[in-house]
Design a protein around this ligand. Structure first.
Ligand code: RIB
Ligand code: CA
Length: 309
């Protein structure tokens, strides 16, 4: 029985890897893709989600969501992903258009009518999900878990303290963390363990299909900032960790703890604060990934991309 999921994302090169993994996996049933602003503006992220879905010929509806944070000034990550957010010429323009229904309405409608609980995989700012909960608090009972890429138990990437998705909208993230929905967090502390080194990129190329080649090229494009700023030997495929955990949870070690987000302005704005010793005495309900089997991740990634075009 495949797991029903909805992917909320801001494609985004690493988001595109996640979408490919979800499309390839027999363990997951993607009910829809909802897009948010984030890496680049909403128009681009929505177009990019359509480009990926159409290139694979996948029958998955795409719904466009919110175009800005609840509060705060807009940021973007185009320096990592390119001006369009997905510098992958071979994907070409989309052949389809987004659904007329907006993302939040789709989420609420789908959760309300579903006879099964649904897992939401989030790899961008959490604004769509926060608006969903504010408009329809009842749908929380229909959500199995929110698995999100965001935050960190150590340092930030878009500020010294904050990871990009959390920095985009810390208030939205806190709304999710304050809800009673179980969450699983893949922060930079673990996603920076999953580096697409030249050897691993070559392994993707060796698949020998269009997907291996195109996604290897995407990963190489993504490397620029990781090499220059972080001195990494390749790019970090952050978002893909969420899908890998759903498919093969044994690839990651997690610890349950309370996580909150700093919403006050200042040096730590957007930082996730993880209470590993439960000092504040709040209810710990976030599984925080603390270790990744990187080799196992890339073996899974290769096996999934090999199933595609
Ligand atoms: O900090 C990494 C996250 O920000 C990833 O989701 C990446 O796609 C960007 O959105
Ligand atoms: Ca993302």
């Amino acid at each position: 029985m495949s797991l029903p999921i909805i992917i909320d994302c801001d494609p985004g090169i690493d988001d595109a890897f996640s979408l490919a993994m979800a499309i390839a996996s027999d363990d997951l049933e993607v009910l829809g893709i909802t897009t948010t602003y984030g890496n680049v503006g909403l128009s681009h992220t929505t177009t990019n989600a359509l480009r990926v879905v159409d290139w694979f010929g996948a029958d998955i509806p795409v719904y466009s969501g919110v175009d800005r944070a609840l509060l705060g000034t807009p940021v973007d990550a185009s320096e990592y992903h390119g001006a369009t957010g997905l510098e992958a010429p071979e994907l070409g323009p989309p052949s389809s258009v987004p659904q007329s229904e907006d993302a939040v309405s789709f989420l609420i409608r789908t959760l309300r009518v579903s006879t099964r609980k649904i897992t939401i995989v989030a790899s961008g700012p959490l604004t769509n999900l926060a608006v969903m909960l504010r408009l329809a608090p009842d749908v929380a009972a229909k959500i199995e878990r929110i698995v999100f890429m965001g935050g960190s138990t150590d340092y930030g990437n878009d500020s010294p303290a904050a990871e990009f998705n959390m920095l985009c909208d810390p208030h939205a993230a806190q709304i999710i963390l304050d809800s009673d929905i179980p969450t699983t967090m893949f922060g930079l502390n673990v996603t920076h363990q999953v580096i697409a080194t030249p050897e691993r990129v070559q392994m993707l190329r060796s698949i020998g299909n269009d997907t291996g080649r195109v996604f290897a090229d995407m990963s190489v494009y993504f490397e620029k900032v990781y090499r220059e700023r972080y001195g990494f030997n390749g790019s970090a495929l952050h978002d893909s960790c969420t899908l890998a955990w759903l498919i093969l949870p044994e690839l990651f070690e997690t610890r349950v703890m309370r996580v909150d987000v700093e919403t006050n302005s200042g040096l730590s704005y957007g930082r996730t604060v993880h209470d590993i010793w439960n000092i504040a005495g709040k209810v710990p309900r976030t599984e925080v990934a603390v270790h990744a089997d990187a080799e196992g991740f890339f073996t899974l990634l290769k096996s999934l991309l090999a199933k595609l075009r």
